[in-house]
Design a protein around this ligand. Structure first.
Ligand SMILES: NC(=O)C1=CN([C@@H]2O[C@H](COP(=O)(O)OP(=O)(O)OC[C@H]3O[C@@H](n4cnc5c(N)ncnc54)[C@H](O)[C@@H]3O)[C@@H](O)[C@H]2O)[C@@H](O)CC1
Ligand SMILES: Nc1ncnc2c1ncn2[C@@H]1O[C@H](COP(=O)(O)OP(=O)(O)O)[C@@H](O)[C@H]1O
Ligand SMILES: [K+]
Length: 507
């Protein structure tokens, strides 16, 4: 059993893999293997604490079949197992019926509800797996809602089979209620719902068991985990001793309308700290700052002057841009340029509002990168925020496709969509990032990496991971996420980038 793998599979892809596996020579006995793998995890955890009593919940589908198999193994190893089955034998698949029969043959008993006045040391959750209905109106209700709430109130470690019951495996969306697991043993491949949106809050530690299938050879994944191993393959090279500021490119930031100067300054400072050779701010406000005395390295200009500079490497458009006609004019000018672009905040809102601006984006030949949070994504795709969050994987892919760009759908478990329909789910970051200005910092980091010659896709992936990893370090240093500031993210991301490029061996 491995602790992690980098491929991520949607429910449809897992079903496809199951069918391909069924056609392989020799019976794959996947349910038996899943039950055994889960039982081994439960056994090892229980033995650490010298505990023996396990409550197993088996639901009406194949997730219940895994639970029967796990229960049988645990009972054979002398654990005291109580099994609650909520379905009917006649509606189980033939595999799951075999597991139920094997449980009964082994002397196991079946309860229809959780017995009162008994105590357990661990719960195994086999109520629902990837078959949980994600259609509207199919939230957990009745006995299932009651069971999930009861288990969550028990305050016992829960081992979830495949995915915590109640969590959408493609979306990470809680369907009414979901089991809060301490561990999830997931089968065949990682699912998006384990790592994005609400998933990380419910899954606990994730263990992957591929059930001896060579998953990667059966189905090439379209989605991957974005983690430190991957981030370290995307770094800019160490600097040459003879380099000069021109070597590391120039970032132009367009934004900073009246009352929103801070956003442009934050993006500019992030670009500077993450290594851009020069950073120019093209400010929209009529009476703009001429110098930021706390960061005098930033070159502040009226916005029209930015378009006269000949050495820019890329433009970041949006931080503090506003929605007025002049903002729209300068966004359109940027879209008509041949520079790589990073589009954030009101640049995204202007694109969502004006189809002529959206058309300029779609027609671009140079790379464009969109960095929407879910509300901006909802405007861009003309959907509700809840529909975006209910299928973040599709939303990210649709943004990239619709606007001919790469895109990150931000929020916990940010999803980066790049060319060829590939998606990467980010594993760094924490709720300390839920504070004003952190998005501006992200856009500045992407700009800095672009200016240093990182490709637009790699710049997006690396920036998203680095930004979250900086927040994770700050969370540890501060003992929690409260009060983390955007400026601190820039400083810590700078330190991390230096460590990864210059002392990778110490991490
Ligand atoms: N098919 C296979 O080859 C394998 C399947 N495995 C297990 O099987 C699981 C998938 O099994 P299934 O496809 O049977 O799906 P599930 O067991 O996840 O759930 C399906 C059942 O739940 C009911 N249901 C769905 N949504 C509901 C809701 N909101 N309220 C009440 N009832 C609801 C359905 O009517 C159906 O009876 C995987 O997650 C995994 O645990 C593993 O054994 C590995 C092999
Ligand atoms: N709970 C969270 N977990 C992980 N990352 C988060 C969380 N909340 C916010 N973030 C990250 O913080 C950033 C916020 O960006 P955004 O909403 O545009 O902020 P702002 O507009 O204030 O700058 C995004 O990168 C987002 O992914
Ligand atoms: K489950």
């Amino acid at each position: 059993m491995r602790n992690y793998s980098t491929a991520v599979y949607t429910t449809a892809e897992i079903r496809e893999i199951e069918q391909l596996a069924a056609a392989l020579p020799g019976p794959p006995a996947l349910m038996e293997k899943a039950g055994l793998a889960a039982a081994e995890v439960a056994r090892d955890r229980l033995l650490i604490y010298g505990r023996t009593r396990v409550l197993v919940l088996a639901g009406p589908g194949n997730n219940g079949g895994d639970a029967f198999a796990a229960a049988r193994h645990l009972q054979a190893w002398w654990f005291k197992v109580t099994l609650v089955f909520t379905g009917q034998r006649s509606t189980l698949s033939s595999d799951a019926q075999r597991m139920l029969d094997a449980w009964l043959t082994a002397g196991g008993k079946i309860f229809s509800g959780i017995p009162e006045n008994e105590k357990w040391d661990m719960v195994i959750d086999g109520l629902f797996g990837i078959g949980l209905d994600h259609h509207e109106g199919r939230e957990l209700a009745g006995q299932y809602l009651a069971l999930v709430n009861t288990v969550n109130r028990m305050n016992l470690p829960v081992l979830a089979l495949d995915i915590p019951s109640g969590l959408g495996s493609d979306s990470g969306q809680v369907r009414g209620a979901a089991i809060r697991a301490a561990m999830t043993v997931t089968f065949i491949g990682l699912k998006p719902g384990l790592v994005t949106h609400q998933g990380p809050e419910y899954c606990g530690e994730i263990l992957l068991d591929d059930l001896d299938l060579n998953t990667l050879s059966l189905r090439e994944p379209a989605s991957w985990i974005m983690d430190q191993l991957l981030a370290q393959t995307l770094l800019p090279p160490p600097r040459s001793a003879s380099s000069h500021k021109g070597t590391y490119g120039s970032v132009g930031i367009i934004g900073g309308s009246t009352g929103m100067m801070g956003a442009a300054l934050l993006a500019g400072t992030a670009a500077l700290k993450l290594g851009a050779g020069r950073v120019y701010l093209g400010l929209i406000a009529g009476k703009a700052l001429e110098v930021d005395t706390t960061q005098p390295e930033l070159m502040l200009r009226p916005v029209h002057e930015i378009f006269k500079l000949d050495q820019l490497s890329c433009l970041v458009v949006g931080p503090g841009l506003g929605m007025r006609p002049d903002a729209r004019f300068w966004l359109s000018s940027a879209l008509e340029s041949t520079l790589p672009l990073v589009l954030d905040a009101d640049a995204l809102n202007l694109i969502a509002t004006h189809s002529s601006v959206a058309n300029l984006l779609r027609k671009r030949k140079a790379p464009s990168t969109l960095t929407p949070h879910p509300a901006e994504a909802a405007r861009l795709l003309n959907m509700d925020i809840s529909a975006i969050q209910n299928d973040r994987m599709a939303a990210a892919a649709n943004l990239a496709k619709k606007f001919n760009c790469c895109a990150v759908l931000k929020g916990g478990g940010s999803i980066c969509a790049v060319s060829g329909g590939k998606r990467y789910i980010n594993t760094s970051g924490n709720p300390g990032l839920s504070s004003a200005g952190t998005g501006d910092v992200l856009s500045g980091i992407v700009g800095a990496l672009l200016a240093q010659g990182v490709s637009s896709e790699n710049a997006l992936l690396l920036a998203v991971y680095l930004h979250g990893a900086a927040a994770d370090i700050l969370l540890k240093q501060q003992g929690g996420p409260v009060g983390m500031t955007a400026s601190e993210i820039s400083n810590t991301a700078r330190n991390l980038l230096n460590q990864w490029v210059y002392s990778p061996e110490i991490h």
